[in-house]
Design a protein around this ligand. Structure first.
Ligand code: ZN
Length: 109
């Protein structure tokens, strides 16, 4: 049974995990489009450093999604917390972006 510590009930974890998996599929599709020579508009909204190529941004986003999936599957308390300061991101924010790994204060870094 998947349950993420004491912070989320198992149904919530399943929903969050589903959101993470869906995000991974979206990013994979975008990556294959980029590799096919297209320029999907959604890639411009992904975080990244200036000068980063679209496929690098997508691979970074995919790595993030995969890392979060591992945390949720491992029932790790780090899931749903900021990687930098450990702040609980809260269910409303995680409902929007279940793969989030930074609080608002650290999101830009
Ligand atoms: Zn933080």
């Amino acid at each position: 049974m998947i349950a993420c510590g004491v912070r989320f009930d198992s149904e919530t974890v399943l929903q969050l995990r589903r959101g993470i998996m869906k995000r991974g599929q979206v990013l994979s599709t975008l990556l294959s489009e980029v590799l096919a020579g297209k320029t999907p508009a959604a890639v411009a909204q992904l975080p990244g450093t200036p000068g980063m190529r679209p496929e690098e941004k997508l691979r970074m986003a995919l790595d993030q999604v995969e890392a979060r999936r591992k945390l949720i599957d491992a029932d790790d308390d780090k899931f749903g917390r900021c990687d930098i300061c450990g702040e609980d991101l809260g269910l409303p924010a995680l409902g929007e972006l279940p793969w989030a790994d930074r609080c608002a204060a650290h999101a830009a870094q």
